[in-house]
Design a protein around this ligand. Structure first.
Ligand code: BV8
Length: 247
């Protein structure tokens, strides 16, 4: 990046009143969590996430889908937030307004200290009753897989948004308002392939925001953003914050 470009970018960041950030699986990659585009490993190698993260898959084989999420919860439990998550938690202390919007269901932003995370696609650590649609914190270990709701006996499912399901309206509304109202919009570690989340960077751009992509590889929106910072978010984000807010 030329020195003039870098100077303009850093000045824009320092002057920003409101920053919105959309993260995807790439921000958790350096924590050892496979992204949706990475081939799945081991037992799950023969499945495509898009084929498992659907109501139809759960309908067809609830035990398989429940066990896939149990495996992912285990991977996440063994992982730690990385320097990219930490930088985004620190960013909240540097600007008047920060909206952190994530497509990830791993809860690593919260573990890195971010508060008020807007989870567009739910959270893998929460389970809900398929009949009452309410979150269930605990249940008897009857050996059933998936476990059953202690109140009504219906199956439990992960409290995440599957393909073909509506996003939580309040989270989506907050995310859209943040995209429309921000001065700077970061798109971090997302292929921008899944809607409606993938609309958000373009909503921000159309509302006049400076849009910055931090991503290892080119994405569908790389040509639409103001700045492309190509590389791992765990390195780029801390460097960017140190350059924009030294000391
Ligand atoms: C919906 C939770 C209304 C579950 C997920 C056409 C137009 C509009 C919509 C559609 C359409 N066709 C189909 C649809 C609907 C569909 C959709 O968008 N499909 C896509 C495939 C086209 N959307 C939906 O179904 C949504 N609901 O639209 O409701 C509706 C209702 C009924 C009928 C129609 C519409 C619901 C979508 C939510 C699905 N749930 N997750 C779970 O996790 O198990 S999506 C899941 O996949 C993630 O949450 C995430 O959103 C997505 C994966 O994307 P990324 O996070 O970007 O990850 P990815 O691996 O793709 O990319 C990682 C990037 O990081 C890469 O670019 C890589 O280079 C980079 N990277 C890697 N390492 C690093 C890095 N970058 C920086 N540093 C690194 N170290």
């Amino acid at each position: 990046m030329s020195r003039e470009f870098e100077h303009a970018l850093l000045t824009t960041l320092r002057r920003a009143r409101s920053i919105a950030v959309l993260t995807g699986a790439g921000v958790s990659a350096e924590s050892g969590i496979p992204t949706f585009r990475d081939a799945q490993t081991g037992l799950w190698a023969r499945f495509r996430p898009e084929d498992l993260a659907t109501p139809e898959a759960f309908e067809r084989d609830p035990k398989l889908v429940w066990e896939w999420y149990a495996w992912r919860r285990d991977v996440v439990a063994k992982a730690a937030p990385n320097a990219g998550h930490a930088a985004l938690a620190r960013l909240a202390t540097l600007v008047p307004e920060l909206a952190l919007i994530t497509q990830n269901v791993d809860g690593l932003h919260q573990r890195a200290g971010s508060r008020d995370v807007i989870e567009l696609h739910g959270n893998i650590h929460r389970s809900r009753c398929v009949r009452e649609n309410t979150v269930v914190e605990s249940w008897a270990d009857t050996g059933d897989l998936p476990p059953r709701c202690p109140r009504c006996g219906a199956l439990l499912r992960p409290d995440v948004v599957w393909f073909g399901e509506m996003l939580p309206a309040a989270a989506l509304e907050r995310a859209e308002a943040a995209a429309r109202g921000c001065d700077v919009f970061f798109s971090v570690g997302t292929s921008a392939a899944v809607y409606p989340a993938a609309h958000l960077p373009l909503v921000a751009r159309d509302a006049g925001a400076t849009v910055i992509e931090v991503n290892k590889d080119p994405t569908r929106i790389s040509n639409a953003v103001t700045y492309v910072l190509r590389g791992p978010s765990g390195e780029i984000l801390p460097q960017l914050l140190a350059a924009a807010w030294p000391g």
